[in-house]
Design a protein around this ligand. Structure first.
Ligand SMILES: [Zn+2]
Length: 44
């Protein structure tokens, strides 16, 4: 999941899984979809 964060008057988008920050929501969403840190539900 991607969290919206305000920092120094700018909006950042943070990947909740790995903590990476993006200044573009599209980039954040694209990363999140492929994030290796995300706990995959299909792996037990
Ligand atoms: Zn990530």
């Amino acid at each position: 999941m991607v969290s919206e964060t305000e920092r120094d008057g700018e909006t950042w988008y943070e990947c909740d899984a790995c903590g990476l920050m993006f200044d573009d929501q599209g980039d954040a969403n694209a990363h999140e979809a492929n994030c290796d840190a995300e706990d995959p539900s299909y792996i037990q």
